[in-house]
Design a protein around this ligand. Structure first.
Ligand code: HEC
Length: 169
């Protein structure tokens, strides 16, 4: 675990040194980090993604990322997931785990019910949301109907965590 953290930190530093000038558009990372001030890690490599997947809590650690990626195609008409990606019909989802619902990015105009929801996104809340968004937050303006199959939810949540800068605690 420790070597994983070091590897990811080294990757973040390497990315930072290679000079991506877009970091000023990113929200500051709220988790306390030794690398504060450095830009967030941009795109993880395939090896990083495998390591992140393996570090997730069950059942996400054995999720089918290929299926998750395929199912995320249904989200990507409204959402980007990359760091600093634009809002579309829906908000950018980078770093969604650990964010308060309906708050970030601040540049996105969330619905009143979403802003008042008051919970913090974790895998359990995402599972409930992706089963039936309108049942979880009545009045939300997300029109996606939800996934019936729990496996699709597990796979897409694992994909979200791996792709959106989730860091194991
Ligand atoms: C038709 C467009 C559309 C599709 C498709 C869609 N969303 Fe959304 N999504 C939205 C909108 C709009 C909101 C903002 C809801 C609000 O403010 O009530 C949202 C909000 C969210 C949020 C809450 C963000 C926050 O910061 O609180 C999450 C998480 C989310 N969507 C995930 C997904 C996932 C995962 C998928 C695919 C399975 C998906 N969405 C499909 C439009 C969409």
């Amino acid at each position: 675990m420790r070597s994983l953290v070091l590897t990811l930190t080294a990757a973040a530093v390497a990315v930072g040194l290679s000079g991506c000038g877009k970091s000023s558009t990113q929200q500051p990372d709220q988790s306390a980090q030794a690398t504060s001030g450095a830009p967030q890690a941009a795109e993880p490599t395939e090896a990083d993604k495998k390591a992140i997947l393996a570090s997730l809590p069950a059942p996400y650690n054995t999720a089918d990322l290929a299926n998750g990626q395929g199912k995320f195609a249904l989200c990507s008409s409204c959402h980007t997931i990359t760091a600093g990606g634009p809002n579309m019909t829906g908000p950018n989802l980078h770093g969604i785990i650990g964010e308060k619902a309906g708050m970030q990015p601040a540049s996105f105009h969330f619905s009143d019910p979403m802003r008042a929801a008051g919970f913090t996104w974790d895998p359990q809340h995402l599972d409930q949301w992706l089963a039936d968004p309108k049942a979880m937050v009545p009045g939300t303006k997300m029109t996606f109907p939800g996934f019936k199959d729990p496996k699709d939810r597990t796979d897409v949540i694992a994909y979200l965590m791996v792709e959106s800068g989730y860091k194991p605690q």
